[in-house]
Every structure is written in C-alpha cells, then in structure tokens.
Design a protein around this ligand. Sequence first.
Ligand code: PEP
Ligand code: MG
Length: 747
Amino acid sequence: MADGTETESRKLLGRLREEMASEAAGQERLDRITHLIADSIRAEVCSIYLFRDEETLELCATEGLSPEAVHKTRMRMGEGLVGRVAKSGKIVNTPDAPSAKGFRYMPETGEERFSSFLGVPIQRLGEKLGVLVVQSRNAREYSADEVYALEVVAMVLAEMAELGAFVGEGAALSPRHQQPVQFTGGPAQEGSAEGHVWLHEPRVVVTNPIADDPHREQERLTEAVEELRVGVDKMLEISKNGDKEQLQVLEAYRMFANSKGWMRRMEEDIALGLSAEAAVEKEQSQARARMSQVSDPYLRERLADLDDLSNRLLRILTGQGQTNSADLPPDPILVARNIGPGDLLEYGRSLKGIVLEEGSVGSHATIVARALAIPLVVHVGRITTEALNGDHILVDGDQGTVQLRPEDTVVSAFRDKVAMQAKAQERYASIRETPTVTRDGERINLVMNAGLMADLPSLNNSGAEGVGLFRTELQFLIRNKMPKRSELVTQYQRVLDAADKKRVVFRTLDIGSDKVLPYMKHIEEPNPALGWRAIRVGLDKRGVMRMQLQALIRAANGRPLTVMFPFVAQAEEYYEARWEVNKTIDREKRLGHALPESIEVGAMLETPSLAFAPQKFFDEVDFISIGGNDLKQFFFAADRENELVRRRYDSLNVSFLTFIERIVERCNISDTPLSFCGEDAGRPVEALCLAAMGIRTLSMRPASIGPVKSVLLRADLQAVRKIISDARHRGEQSVRPAVMEWLRSQG
Ligand code: PEP
Ligand code: MG
C-alpha cells in the first residue's frame, strides 16, 4: 500500500475520531462525516445510506447530492447500485454508474451529474447496517488503495453506529438494541418462558476503533496473538489424547493463529489507522460475510473456526466478554449462536428458556433441552447480534417465536397465555394418579419416552406408568467418546432404580441417519435415512451391541429386563438380534453375573415391510412398538427432517390409520403386545385416534401425558371409531376434520 494513502487514511480516521469525541447531535455528526470523507478522498459526493428496517435503505446524510433528498430517498434491498451493495455485501466500483447493472435513476438527488461510483457496505459482524458511497463527476475507477481506505472508514462507521454515535437529538438512526424485535424461528421444545437474556458468548464492544499510534497497536496485536497461540497450544496439549474432532478444531485454530495472511491483513488495517481490536473485528466481519455466501460445509466450518478465534482474540484485547455464571440473572434465557450438549447440561435447569441462532430440531442441544423440558426455539436469525445481556425476552417454544425487548401489550398477552397454561397444568396434576380408563371402559397405558438422566424425575411428576422408550443412544450422542461398559451399567442401574418396579423399555443403540456419533468414523451415504442405521449397524458391529446388552443385563442385576431393537425391517434381523441376546445371557451366566428375573425382547416397527412379516414373527416376538416418526416418513416417502415435506401428510390420513389398524389386527391374532412411541402418541387428537384404532399403550414425552390423559378420560373409543369409519366411507382424505368436529360437539 502506498505510504501516501496510509497517511491520508490515518488523517481521515483522526478527524473521524475527533468527530466521535465531539458533542454533536446524531444528524449533525453524520453530516460532518460525509463532508469530511468527501474532502479527504477528494470526491464530489459522499453519502451515507442506513437501514430504516430490514429491507429499506434511506439516504441519511450527503455531501454533494441534493440536501432535500436526505431522509426522503429510499430504496429497497437490491434496488439500484446502493441496494445492490447492501444486498450482496460486496463493493461496487464503476467509472460509469448510469451504465452499470442495476443503476436506478433517482431524480431528487441530482446524481445524474456524477459518473463514477464507489459503494462499500457498512456492516458489523455480519449485520448489515448501510452503505457508504462516494461519487465523482469524472469517469474514473477508484484505486485499490482508495477502496481499502473507504472500507476501513465504513468499518469505523459501523462501530460508531454500534456505540450509538448517530442517535440522540435530531437522530439519523433510532437507538440500536433498544427497539422491540420479534423473531420467528423453529419450535424445538414446547413451553413458554419469560426472562432476561444471558448471552452464552457476550458481545465484545470495541469502544476505540481508531488509534493514533499504529506502532503501539501493532505491538498490542502481536502480544495478543502470541497469548492466543500459547493458549491454543495449551489446549492442544491437554486434548492430545482426547476426542478427534476437538483436536481437528484446535488444529484449525492453530493454523489460523499462525496464518500470515490473516496477520498481514490486520497489520495493514492498523497501518491505516484502526486500533488492534477494530482490525480484528474488520477481518471477522468479512469472514462472516463470506460465511453467509459459502455453501460448502467444510469451508463454512473453517470460517466458523476463524470466527471463534477472532472472538477469543477480541476478548484478550479488550478484556471483555468473560462469562461468569455468578452473574447469571435469576430468570436466564440463554441466547447463543449454537451450544454443545455438555455446556447446556452445565447450565442445567437454571435456564428458563433457550434461543439459538443456528441449532436444529434434531441437534444434540435440542435433545438435552427436551430432556430438561426447557422451551427452545432454533434458527432464530440475528438473535445474537440483536440481543444484549439483560434484555427482557419472551420465548414461545410452541409457536417458535421470540420477543426481544417487548412492548407492554405483548408482555401482558404473553402472561395471559402462560397463566392459562399454568391452569391447564394444575388440571393435569389433579388427574396424575387417575388410571386412564375411557368412558367406554378401555384401559390405556400411558408411558413416557426418555433418554437422559435428566428425564428421570419426570417418571414421578408426569404420572407415567413406566418408560415405553428409553433412547439409549442419547447418552452416546452427548459425549465426546464412546462410553465404557461400566459407565453404561451405572447409568442403566440409575434408570431402573428411579423406575422402581415400573417397566422400562430400553431401546438398543439407534444411530445413523440424523443421529451421528461424533467419535465414530463418518461414512458418506447418499440417503442416510435409508442407510446404515439402527439394528443394521448393531448387527454389523456386534461388539458394540454385545457391550450394551451386557451392560443392560448387569444393570438389571436380577430384576426384569426389557430390550427393544430399533428399525427392524425383516424378521430375520430380529431373530439374529435375539440370538445375540441369548448368547450374551449364556456368557453372563458363565461369568457368574446375576441374570434378569425375566427378559422381554421386542422389535420396533418403523418400516412398512415389517407389518407384512410372516405370522411366525408376530408369534415369536415378545412385543412390538410402532416407531411412528420413522414409519410415517417411509409410509408417505416424506423425510421427517425436511421442512418442505415433513408437515405435508397428516398422521390422521385414512391410509395411514388403515395401515395402523392392520398392524393392530395382526398383533391381536397372536396376542402380541403392541405400543406406539412416535411423537403422534403425545398429541391428544392423534392419541385418541390411535387408541380408537386399538392401540392400548402410548409412549410420549412426559409433558404430553396430562393433555393426552385428559382427552382419553372423556372419550368414548367406540364412538370415535365410528366417526373414523364414517369419514373413511365418505372418502375423506383425513379423518381430522370429522374427529375435531365430534370433539367440539362433546364440549
Ligand atoms: C420413531 O421413529 O417414531 C421413534 C420413536 O424413534 P426415533 O424418533 O428415535 O427415531
Ligand atoms: Mg425411529
């Protein structure tokens, strides 16, 4: 970079800093800044466009364009050259603006007189704030140095905006982080929560973006990077023998910490007048902007690593952002980009709610949040940029909405809803000990789904009559390495102890598809849901299956034991697995371990094929449990994880119910106990129809037991059966409307 540009740029930043320190009101400050930039860059026009709302940019200050256009000229994201810069997050530099792609003529500004155009996005850590534009009459392309200098200025403007430099009297911008914002994300765990934001990784605010002594800043950067490197090396040393994935991340950290290109760019930024922390943040902002455009998962991961590393560096430089759980507010709602299951378990039940910018319905954090029954909303874009520690926040895990800094009316509506939910909870508590017998005398067994130790207290609180599905893979999923057999024995013992003589159905490892063990070699499969998963892995990797069976037998220690194999697609798989159980029992006997008092071995019916297995299978299997989540996805050929199709087919579709009825009939012939353990078992209307179809055991999330029981206690299954059958004869696609109508008529 030319020395001249460096000095010019430093001078400009020096003047900007004076401006920041001045007492001027927001608009006046912006006006002076545009004047100052135009003057330094020797451009005839300098304009600042800022976002009014997510989609609209407004001309907020200008030197050179018509002053009447200020706060009048607006454009939508993507509209005109300014909108193009905002949308793409990329610079537009052209000597002939009117002929450039996307140019839009705005007569009120008088800009037709200017030929060259340079527009630079104003953005902070991936958040788009506006566009900085310079224009000149003569047709010229701005040099790389000029572009770079303007980028640095844009970065400082972004920091100034963050610090509230443009708010106040005559405000050009409304104060940031003070307005109410509503977000819509994905509901991942139901329930409502009101509380205050606790940022898992608090934002670092750079209060001194401009520095006057570049040498000192270089030194500060070098010292901080050195501290960072030592820290990363230490972490690497500690985890040398540990988890492979963590090592890979740390290696990537080390690579970036030693990256010459990264250092060089930050040093150049400092030479132009930025402080060390502003230089780090500028590079981080650009990495985030790249991240939003990269689709390759590997590259995205690396950019995310760089982002994490930049955060660490910023924390070293500013001394900010060290979380201290002692400061946790009394009603914390955790806000994070993402969070690992270990960290989440550490917070435990102290959290009232969780809001994640990324995350997913099937992620490990979701599994833990569900076990802890903490309302969770995922895919909440920009929440970590908008929320500040201590902000008032409302989380609706049923609708997937989040209200940040809500207005009073929103708060009172929300509180009304929570009060109604609390009333319903009281009602459910009052029927907790009541056996579920329908009005026409059918006894339905309501049991719960579980998977973590955190689920165990629900056995008593919910009124569950046992555990109908214990997803053993969850213990494997939330760890960094394969658990030892002895650890499994202890865990299963705790489950059986907590259940006190209630029946617990342990499902053997159901991994593969969406459940990938981080420490197992990952195999690329074209269609993982149809791939190497569940019992298929178990039968091909007998060592793991045997270890688990041994652990279960030892944990039972003479008590009854119930085991179930997931995803059995043909009878032979069940026979093989059962043979393995028998062999394990023999071995345990030889080793002198106490054998279970009784042992039941069941199969999950999750593929339509098993419903058509020979009658011999139905005669021999100890029990069958319908895994409705998987069964439904294969029945309708609609991926349960794919938002585009997962809600497309109703579980009360007559074809599906007819299929369920067929399974019930086949089980009845051989007196094979049958249960249903997919999510539908926990939805009151679906549960009612399943019971009407003849299913007598429903396994669901603990929180669903109250609502399901409440409906079943008032139901006449014969009547519902008739409603379903009539709807079917009328040729309706789903029996839902008819059943809902009937329920309404019953009050
Ligand atoms: C199911 O498929 O319905 C089931 C209970 O298993 P999972 O949801 O764990 O796949
Ligand atoms: Mg399943």
